[in-house]
Design a binder for this molecule. Structure first.
Ligand SMILES: Nc1nc2c(ncn2[C@@H]2O[C@H](COP(=O)(O)OP(=O)(O)OP(=O)(O)O)[C@@H](O)[C@H]2O)c(=O)[nH]1
Ligand SMILES: [Mg+2]
Length: 206
C-alpha cells in the first residue's frame, strides 16, 4: 500500500476512550479499528492502532479502551496523564453514564496539572436506540458546550459517526498543539530542531 503523504513526519496520537459502564467504549474502539461491531461483548479491547489520513496529514492513532471499574484507579491515573486526547463516552440510553461525563472531564483536567482545557470530545453513543433514549441530543450538546468540547452522536452498532468522532479528536489535538502555551518551551521559542522545508512531502509504504 502506498500512501501519498503531505506530512513532514508520521505523528502518533494517543487517544483514550473513557466513560461509564456499558456506554459502548469497547464497541466504539472495535468499530473504529476493525470496522465491525463486536458480537462477543468484550470487556476490554486490546488491538488498538490505526493509520489514517486526516486533512492530508497521516496520523497513527493509538486507541486505549478503558475499564469502568474504579478498582483500576492506579491505571486510570496513568492513562489520564499520558493520554493526548479523550473521548468522553456516554450512552443516550443511560442518564447515569451521561452524569459521569462532567466528573471524568474534571478528573482529566486535574491529572493534567489543572489545565483549563485539554483535547476532549463528548460522544453520545447508541443513537440507534431512539426508542430507549433517556438523554436528549440538546442536553448532550449543552453539556459539551459547557465543558468547552465538541459533541457528536454515534452508533457503534451501525458505524454511524464513529470514524468522525476519533478523527475530530485528532483535529482537536492538532489545534491544541498549535497553541503557543501548549507547546514545549524550545519549540515555542522557535528552536524546533525538527524543522523541514515547507514543501517537504513523501510517501509512506506499508
Ligand atoms: N444498540 C447499540 N448497542 C450498543 C452500541 N454500542 C454498544 N452497544 C452494546 O452495549 C453493551 C455495552 O457495550 P460495550 O462496548 O461492552 O461497552 P463498554 O463501555 O466497553 O462496557 P464495559 O467495559 O463492560 O463497562 C454491549 O451489549 C454492546 O453490544 C450501539 O451503538 N448501539
Ligand atoms: Mg468495555
Amino acid at each position: 500500500m502506498v500512501l501519498p503523504v503531505n506530512s513532514r513526519f508520521l505523528k502518533e496520537y494517543k487517544l483514550v476512550v473513557i466513560g461509564g459502564r456499558g456506554a459502548g467504549r469497547s464497541a466504539l474502539t472495535v468499530q473504529f479499528i476493525e470496522n465491525r461491531f463486536p458480537d462477543d461483548d468484550p470487556d476490554y479491547y486490546y488491538g488498538n492502532r490505526k493509520l489514517c489520513v486526516i486533512d492530508e496529514e497521516v496520523a497513527l492513532i493509538d486507541v486505549l479502551d478503558t475499564f469502568a471499574d474504579e478498582a483500576y484507579i492506579a491505571m486510570r491515573e496513568q492513562y489520564m496523564r499520558t493520554g493526548e486526547g479523550f473521548l468522553l463516552v456516554y450512552s443516550v440510553t443511560s442518564r447515569q453514564s451521561f452524569e459521569k461525563v462532567s466528573t471524568l472531564h474534571q478528573e482529566i483536567l486535574r491529572c493534567k496539572d489543572n489545565l483549563n482545557s485539554f483535547p476532549m470530545i463528548v460522544v453520545a453513543n447508541k443513537c440507534d436506540l431512539e426508542h430507549e433514549r433517556m438523554v436528549g441530543i440538546n442536553e448532550g450538546r449543552d453539556l459539551a458546550k459547557h465543558l468547552g468540547c465538541k459533541f457528536i452522536e454515534t452508533s457503534a452498532k451501525y458505524g454511524v459517526n464513529v470514524d468522525e468522532a476519533f478523527m475530530n479528536l485528532v483535529r482537536e489535538i492538532r489545534k491544541y498543539n498549535k497553541k503557543p502555551q501548549s507547546r514545549p518551551k524550545a519549540v515555542a521559542a522557535g528552536k524546533d530542531q525538527h524543522q523541514h522545508s515547507p514543501g517537504f512531502c513523501g510517501c509512506l509504504v506499508l
